[in-house]
Design a protein around this ligand. Structure first.
Ligand code: ATP
Length: 285
């Protein structure tokens, strides 16, 4: 039976502005996504049984209909009346529920992968429509770009051009942090709010890493720190170790240092305590 292997990369948010609460329960965002070199590997194999089965050795990844990958496959299977089933094997390298959008990226990789495997002939616009039904971060990964602006819930994507290849050290504390809880802690300041994304964009366009470092920001940081005040220490530790700038990704708990080079990232990694956190050296993909 035909099969296909796809890579599914993570993201960090270089900037995340929360503009306000929406009537549908989501928040209106403006964010700058960066696709990074940390990735899962997914193998899709058509099977005769007609069933969708997920294999993944990671204990926190759902194996049934709650998995975003399952939802993505089921949507396409039903819409295109595909009778074949699917065995999906996920090799997880991206930490789960970590603000790196591993599940969203997996879903996008499966949409694009099945489009090829089942020869569905879907264009980018149609794939983006499917992606938006699955989650706010999925659409970014349907675009084959390194950087993009996300608006709306984060699902309206404008690709961004930049000559920058950034290096980061990502530190992911071994704790669970739920997006819902972080947003629930958010205190929205609607007056005198800086437009952080628009401050950052010209530096990204020019590839000016030093000034970009000064412009990293995440409006969710106070909410994340109110849940875990001890993470302020991690931030300080990365700065003391020589990171140009430090920022949370998404709703945390992953925190990343923007560094000068791959070697700089390796030097910092050697200085981090790895008992309570996973540590990754990554670059723009
Ligand atoms: P978000 O900010 O959208 O919650 P995240 O980057 O913080 O995303 P993910 O790794 O995408 O975190 O996982 C969020 C939740 O999604 C997990 O608690 C997990 O149970 C569920 N999930 C569903 N499908 C997957 C998948 N394929 N890989 C990882 N987690 C998945």
């Amino acid at each position: 039976m035909p099969h296909l292997t796809v890579h599914s990369s993570a993201k960090v948010n270089l900037c995340l502005d929360v503009l306000g609460a929406r009537p549908d329960g989501y928040h209106e965002l403006r964010t700058v996504f960066e696709r990074i070199s940390l990735a899962d590997t997914i193998t899709l194999k058509s099977v005769k049984t007609g069933k969708i089965t997920i294999h993944c050795s990671h204990p926190h990844v759902p194996k049934g209909p709650k998995n975003l990958v399952y939802k993505a496959a089921l949507m396409l299977k039903q819409d295109f009346s595909i009778s074949a089933g699917l065995d999906i094997n996920i090799i997880k390298n991206i930490p789960v529920a970590a603000g790196l959008a591993g599940g969203s990226s997996n879903a996008a990789a499966v949409l694009s992968g099945l489009n090829r495997l089942w020869r569905l002939g879907l264009g980018q616009k149609e794939l983006v429509n499917y992606a938006s039904c699955l989650g706010s971060d999925v659409a970014f990964f349907v675009y084959d770009v390194s950087f993009a602006l996300g608006t709306g819930r984060g699902e309206i994507i404008t690709p961004l051009k930049s000559p920058a290849k950034l290096w980061h050290l990502i530190v992911t504390p071994k704790v669970k942090m739920y997006t819902r809880e972080v947003f629930a802690r958010l205190k929205l300041k609607l007056t005198n709010k800086k437009d952080n994304v628009n401050i950052l964009l010209p530096f990204l366009r020019k590839g000016d890493v030093c000034r970009l470092a000064g412009a990293l920001s995440n409006d969710l940081e106070p909410a994340i720190l109110s849940l875990r005040p001890d993470f302020a220490y991690l931030k300080e530790k990365l700065l003391d170790a020589g990171a140009l700038s430090v920022c949370f990704s998404g709703s945390g708990p992953s925190i990343y240092g923007l560094v000068r080079s791959q070697q700089h990232a390796f030097d910092l990694r050697a200085r981090m305590d790895k008992r309570f956190a996973q540590v990754f050296v990554v670059s723009t993909l």
